[in-house]
Structures are given as C-alpha cells and as structure tokens.
Design a protein around this ligand. Structure first.
Ligand SMILES: [Zn+2]
Length: 200
C-alpha cells in the first residue's frame, strides 16, 4: 500500500521541470530509502535557499549576499546588456566569461499559446537599467524558437520608441531555429557574439 508521504513527495517532485510521473515515483522512493544523513544535508541546502539566496534587484541573477550581483555592483563594465530568458542561460554565459557588459534575465518568454504576456517579464526593469546606466547596446541571446523571436521583436520595438540612439543586435550565427543556448558549443556562442548582427 502506498504511503501518504510517498504521494506527497511525488506531488512535490512533479512540480520540477522535466519530471514525469514515473521519475517522480522513482525519486520519491529514493528519498525514502536512502541514508537519512543525506536527506538531512539536502534539507539544510533547501533551508539555505530560503535564507541566503535572492535575486539581484537589477538583472535577476541569483545572489548569496547583498542586493546586487557582482556585475551590477561594478559601474565600469561595458555599457551593453545581454538579454537572456532564464537563469540557466545566464549561468552558461556568465560562468564562461565571454562578455564584459551587463546581463538581464527576462524570467520567461512572451508566449501567446502559454498565456505569457509581456507584463509577466522583467521588461520594465530593463528599461530602468538602460536609462540609469546609459546603455548603448542591447544584445538579444534568446532561443531561436517562435517565443524567442516574438519576445525579441516585442522588446526591440518597445525600446526603440524610447531610446532612439540604442543599438540592437542578436546572437544569431550558428544557432539553428528551435535551439536553446545550452544545446550549442561555447565556441559557437562566442563566435556568434563576436559576429553579432545588428537588427533594425
Ligand atoms: Zn545583477
């Protein structure tokens, strides 16, 4: 007979991205049967998220101390912003140190099908930052999907009206339609960033 706790764990695990019913059950059973010390360590890590981890007030990166991340604290970086849609892509690019400007995490992509509207993304904050930091270029590094293309176009049009001098470009070369950044080699991303094309 299934335990109550097994059902609860399965429900929790199903909320994780990419986890279906079968994997949820497998992981729940793993948690219930593994060394309890491991679970205690895991609980401590989860508690730490609650106490120590915040989002940078400017770019929405994860930070463990203070209100701003290291990039946003530094006023001497290039006056360019690389726009990504999630923390995963931000980490991929920032950990490889391929860019000397600032980053901005949108926290999603506009998606008419999934009901995600522009006001659900961090576009207003992006506008604030362009003004405050006197940004000269916005580089879009969004996935080559319909949602990615719609989002790029929408934000570009919004910003173009307000900032007539702003340059827009996107990482495009070598990134096939339908791909996300994590599926592409870092060398390709680097080349693509160097050879980025301006968009009108
Ligand atoms: Zn930041």
């Amino acid at each position: 007979m299934a335990l109550n706790i097994l059902n609860k764990l399965e429900k929790d695990l199903l909320k994780f991205p990419g986890i279906g019913q079968r994997l949820a059950r497998k992981l729940a059973i793993y948690l219930l049967t593994r060394d309890k010390e491991e679970n205690i360590k895991f609980i401590e890590d989860l508690k730490e998220i609650d106490i120590k981890v915040f989002r940078c007030e400017e770019c929405f990166a994860l930070v463990e101390s203070g209100k701003l991340c290291d990039f946003c604290r530094n006023p001497n970086r290039e006056k360019r912003i690389l726009v990504v849609h999630n923390v995963e892509d931000y980490l991929l690019l920032s950990e490889n140190k391929i860019f000397d400007g600032y980053y901005h995490i949108l926290n999603g992509l506009i998606s008419p099908i999934r009901g995600i509207t522009p006001d659900m993304l961090s576009i207003e904050k992006l506008i604030d930052r362009i003004e405050k930091r006197k940004i000269i270029e916005i580089i879009f590094a969004l996935p080559g999907t319909n949602d990615g293309l719609i989002t790029t176009l929408y934000i570009k049009n919004q910003l173009k009206e307000r900032f007539t001098e702003l340059i827009f470009s996107k990482i495009a070369e070598g990134i096939p339609y339908g791909s996300g950044l994590s599926e592409i080699s870092m060398q390709t991303i680097l080349t693509s960033l160097k050879n980025r094309e301006n968009i009108q």
